[in-house]
Design a protein around this ligand. Structure first.
Ligand SMILES: [Zn+2]
Length: 189
């Protein structure tokens, strides 16, 4: 695979790690992957993008399993319901906006931004922006973002925790107010 495709982008290392997770979730063996890679190498219409390449690997292995009568329902189900914990498989991850940091700390009013996830869906999203001449800016990937802001998850959690405390405090004030307003008439002489 590496030989066919070559490592063009810095994100490719992370991408292959994501591919590996997909292969593992689907229970692909090394033999199956080698066979699929060989078939792609011989193909007269090879995949043009990374997302197509991965889709082709999946398609060939599924086809071979069907031909050999070894389709395992559990594995198929796993593949369908394989979800990414970072983006819920939507391909986008919401992060603190790069311009909203001051000295590495996310500042109010806590602007956020979306970056493409490291998973298959995220890779597909990123691919869809690359190679086009539409002039649309290619989004930042989570890998590139994390290289610049390695502490973003701590900043995000600090924000969520702050919001949670604020809501609790507001709830408490409201409850207290209700109690005091209810108590007032009885206190009247
Ligand atoms: Zn994801």
């Amino acid at each position: 695979m590496l030989l066919i495709f070559g490592l063009t982008f810095a994100e490719d290392t992370a991408m292959f790690a994501a591919w590996e997770a997909v292969f593992e979730a689907n229970g692909y063996s090394l033999e199956e992957l080698e066979a699929a890679t060989n078939e792609i190498a011989r193909s007269s219409t090879p995949p043009r993008t990374r997302a197509e390449h991965l889709a082709e690997i999946n398609r060939i292995i599924r086809q071979r399993r069907r031909n050999q009568g070894v389709v395992n329902e559990d594995l198929s189900a796993k593949e369908v319901f394989w979800t990414c914990p970072d983006c819920d498989s939507c391909g986008w991850v919401t992060v603190p906006h790069p311009k909203a940091y001051v000295d590495g700390v996310w500042q109010p009013p806590f602007w956020s931004a979306a970056v493409t996830c490291h998973c298959l869906r995220g890779i597909q999203r990123l691919e869809s922006y690359r190679g086009g001449d539409s002039g649309i800016q290619v989004p930042m990937s989570l890998t590139a973002y994390e290289a610049r802001f390695p502490n973003w998850r701590e900043e995000w959690n600090r924000f969520v925790e702050g919001r949670r405390k604020l809501v609790k405090a507001l709830d408490l004030s409201e409850t207290t107010e209700k109690l005091s307003s209810r108590a007032t008439p009885n206190d009247l002489p």
